[in-house]
Design a protein around this ligand. Structure first.
Ligand code: TYD
Ligand code: MG
Length: 486
């Protein structure tokens, strides 16, 4: 038998090469190629002999049942999956280590087991004792979840094929799984892909819903779940700032539901707590009356979310001013800064700009432009914005403020949280509800908003400079003149 030529597989994206090179041409990552034995899950000898079997072709117009769903009992999780786990589907939950994936899934499996469904939790990372300890801490130790600490995919499938089909199986994590069909080491892309393939096949055949946990690592050592993303039915990403207790579950891909919904959780000493009204949470620690903050009335999926945008504009000491952004697109910030500079005469080239979205939320909506611009100008002009106002609207490159979707929902949420006015695009007024109880202030162009904010401000830099200058002048005046003055 001919010796198989070596294959080098990128541990980041799964591209394979027949010689080693420093950079993966597919994804551009460096030092991610690792030699793996063979790329295919089925040996060539078997593949060549097998004749294809015939199957029946179906028509598009056939009768289909609605995807039967299993609700998890955690409303925020069900919102993101689109109404619960679909039978026979495979879901990937990705996130940084320590973000709370195991905690969330322990809670979900326990609640489902308590509701009478057979659920299995396979941990490839932690010992049974550790999983039990976590369940105890969560107060869920009495739930009839079936536990195992296993890593062999063949053993897992053989065990789960016996008896009643489990309704939900959690595999924590896919990187620890390995299968006999390929020779690569556990954790490599080839192993992760083959293991995921075997588990997906099992899910489709048995009708069990499977959740795969995947780690996202920055360096390419452990295979990122990237390669698995294409194979599974849905990908959820669990995000959050390590230092903050808020966690956001976002759907990245979903064959059975929406992809723009978010679920919001709070990590407490007793596990993850659902946050059903995120606006209240994101606005809970507002610094009222300080310049540089604006409240943005946003939409996440089907739900309006109010969040505080914070900007700090400070004179720079560097040749190239700094632009630091957390929670927003930095290209979008550059665009807003350029529009302010080009159309509104706001000179920002001598200033560092820091921009932050409170609460660890990530905003993708262009509707945040207006609130961001207001926060930036407010910080530069040292002019606090009205504390009872919300902002939304998209800014075009010409400096015009353009209408955005779902104005009524944004206004309703703002009114519900006690805001008194909204600053919004001109054309949005038509579809605004008259009973929202907010006073609406429309802006057609960014220039008028900037002028408005600047008029109320006391330029920080100027105010500080004038003071010592006055004093210096006084000191320079000879004593005799000063005496005469007074
Ligand atoms: P874990 O679910 O193990 O993270 P992952 O599986 O994503 O790696 O959660 C780890 C963190 O969560 C850990 O730092 C401790 C914290 N935690 C709490 O704050 N409260 C709790 O009730 C639990 C179980 C964990
Ligand atoms: Mg874990």
């Amino acid at each position: 038998m001919a010796k198989a030529s070596p294959t080098f597989v990128c541990q980041n994206c799964g591209a394979s090469y027949n010689r080693w090179q420093g950079k993966c041409e597919a994804c551009g990552e460096w030092n991610t190629l690792v030699e793996e034995a063979g790329d295919s899950a089925v040996p060539v000898s078997i593949r060549a002999k097998r004749r294809g079997r015939t199957f029946k072709l179906e028509s598009l117009a056939g009768k289909t049942q609605d995807a039967p769903r299993l609700t998890s009992g955690i409303a925020e999780l069900d919102r993101v999956t689109g109404g619960g786990f679909v039978r026979g589907s495979v879901l990937l939950v990705g996130g940084d280590p320590g973000i709370g994936k195991s905690t969330l899934l322990t809670q979900a499996t326990s609640l489902m087991a308590k509701a009478g469904h057979r659920t299995v939790y396979i941990s490839g990372e932690e010992a049974i004792a550790q999983v039990r300890l976590r369940a105890e801490r969560l107060g869920l130790a009495s739930a009839p979840v079936e536990l195992a600490a296993e890593t062999s995919v063949e053993d897992i499938i053989a065990t789960l094929s016996e008896g009643a089909v489990p309704r939900l199986i959690v595999i924590d994590s896919i990187q620890t799984m390995w299968t006999d069909t390929v020779e690569s080491a556990p954790g490599t892309v080839t192993q992760v892909r083959a293991s995921a393939q075997a588990l997906i096949r099992f899910a489709k055949k048995s009708g069990a819903a499977i959740i795969l946990v995947g780690h996202v690592t920055k360096d390419g050592q452990i295979a990122g779940p990237r390669v698995v993303e294409h194979m599974v039915d849905a990908v959820l990403s669990f995000e959050g700032e390590g230092s903050q207790q808020f966690r956001i579950l976002r759907s990245v891909k979903n064959r059975f539901g929406p992809t723009d919904e978010i679920g919001v959780f709070e990590m407490t000493g007793l596990g993850l707590r659902e946050v059903s009204n995120p606006s209240e949470l994101f606005l809970s620690e507002r610094d009222l009356g300080s310049p540089g903050t604006a409240v943005f009335a946003g939409i996440e999926g089907t739900r309006p979310v109010l969040v505080e945008l914070q900007a700090l504009v400070a004179p720079t000491t560097l040749g190239t001013p700094r632009r630091a952004v957390v929670g927003w697109d930095s290209a979008r910030l550059s665009m807003v800064l350029a529009v302010l500079e080009a159309h509104c005469g706001v000179k920002l080239s001598g200033y560092d700009v820091y921009f932050n979205v409170a609460g660890g939320l990530r905003i993708n909506e262009p509707a945040a432009d207006l609130a961001a611009a207001a926060a930036l100008v407010s910080s530069l002009a040292n002019s606090p914005l009205p504390t009872d106002a919300v902002y939304f609207g998209e800014i075009s490159l010409s400096g015009a403020v353009r209408p955005v979707a779902q104005t009524p929902a944004r206004l309703k949420e703002a009114a519900k949280l006690g805001f008194g006015r909204a600053i919004l695009p001109e054309t949005a007024r038509g579809d605004a509800p008259s009973d929202a109880g907010l006073s609406l202030q429309t802006v057609g162009g960014l220039t008028s908003l900037v002028a408005d904010i600047a008029a109320r401000g006391t330029p920080r830099a100027a105010a500080r400079k004038r003071e010592p200058a006055d004093r210096a002048e006084k000191n320079a005046t000879p004593a005799r003149f000063r005496q005469r003055e007074s």
